[in-house]
Design a protein around this ligand. Structure first.
Ligand code: PLP
Length: 362
């Protein structure tokens, strides 16, 4: 099957670029003696996860129970769930999954931890937990140092749970600071919350075996930060266009994921309409005033979304206008949320389609 035969819009993953991204990140982490626990939220694919494990990853992270089920039930393990289990049904589902493979979770409050511990004890299970520490992202996570250490100490007294360490995701610094030195300084100051928590844990007589943090935008800062045992980048595997705009990380990895679209109409001299709207490529970064549109892989052409199934290409020059039937590849501004809109991706090498890969559990 050739790419030219595929129906559009559809997702393509360049398998050579994917493999090279996976290899580069694994080699970088190995050279820094830092573990790599890639985030599966970026690809939702046991196939990609297995490639990451084969390259040396110590496990995978997941953000939803659906992703975790897709990984564990396809033999991908160990898994760390980096999201809170808020309801009794979610906890039950997690504990059922724990019976099928090595899965740990994060907690940031005692109430939650108690329900989880009771459920684990009731089933004769032991569940590994990390305490999530807020390092300035101000999303989930208990405050660093004493509050986090006190929670860890309570967890060790509960039974059913095994305190393994701490997580602190500096998500607010992944994309917000394009200049590398500025980003590095900001990450260092955020990660002091983690180091400070290690000291507070020691005062409680506890040690963190795992200290995990980091994403694609901070991978080469966080992996070198003293005390961090592993990093959990996700997007590097396919690489957002938005990430290309930041120093270092932006040029370290290739854009393996593209959306293929077709020009369906040319109603104006300098414009062409493609069958690519926000149902096939996410544009939510534009909400923050950032570069949010998918980028056409074609010089002199810009794209703006024009509805569910339509997008408009504007050409710099009237002599350089795409024609009806032309097929154009776009680099998503955000691969994670774009992938989430599709049921499958085509793994391609050159012009050939090598595999069709379902996107597990959206
Ligand atoms: C907890 C956590 N860890 C790691 C990541 C991976 O970040 P990125 O995809 O920017 O590499 C995310 C992304 O949202 C996350 O929420």
């Amino acid at each position: 099957l050739q790419i030219s035969e595929l129906p559009t819009p559809c997702l393509l993953v360049d398998l050579d670029l994917l493999d090279s991204n996976i290899r580069k990140m694994a080699e970088f982490c190995r050279s820094r003696k830092c573990g790599l626990r890639p985030h599966a939220k970026a690809h939702k694919s046991p196939l990609v996860a297995r490639k990451q494990l084969d390259a040396g990853a110590i496990g995978l992270c997941c953000q939803t129970l659906e992703e975790a089920e897709a990984m564990i039930l396809n033999g991908v393990r160990p898994v760390l769930l980096t999201h809170m289990l808020a309801s009794d049904t979610a906890i039950l589902r997690f504990l059922n999954l724990r019976r099928h493979g090595d899965i740990a979770t994060t907690v940031d409050g005692l109430e939650n931890a108690r329900v989880l511990a009771n459920g684990a004890l009731h089933r004769g299970l032991s569940v590994d937990v990390l305490v999530e520490v807020n390092v300035g992202h101000n999303r989930t996570g208990i405050e660093p140092r004493e509050p986090a250490a006190r929670l860890a100490a309570e967890i060790t007294r509960l039974g059913g749970l095994r305190f393994r360490g701490i997580m602190g995701y500096e998500g607010h610094l992944q994309l917000s600071t394009p200049e590398f030195p500025k980003r590095k300084a900001a990450v260092h100051s955020a990660l002091q919350g983690l180091t400070g928590t290690l000291d507070a844990l020691e005062r409680q007589g506890l040690q963190a075996e795992v200290v995990t943090a980091g994403g694609t935008g901070t991978y080469n800062i966080t992996a070198e930060y003293p005390g961090v045992t592993d990093i959990q980048p996700g997007s590097y595997v396919t690489m957002d266009h938005r990430y290309n705009l930041i120093e270092t990380a932006g040029s370290d990895f290739g854009n393996a994921l593209t959306v293929l679209a077709t020009v369906v109409s040319t109603p104006k001299p300098d414009e062409a309409v493609v069958d690519l709207g926000w149902k096939a490529a996410s544009v939510e970064f534009a909400m923050f005033g950032w570069e949010g549109m998918p980028r056409p892989r074609l010089d002199g052409i810009s794209y703006r979304v024009a509805g569910d199934e339509h997008g408009i290409l504007k050409s710099d020059s009237p002599t350089h206008r795409p024609r009806v039937g032309d097929r154009i590849r776009f680099i998503p501004s955000h691969c994670d949320t774009t992938l989430n809109l599709h049921g499958k991706f085509y793994g391609v090498r050159g012009d050939e389609v090598e595999l069709v890969c379902p996107i597990a559990r959206r």
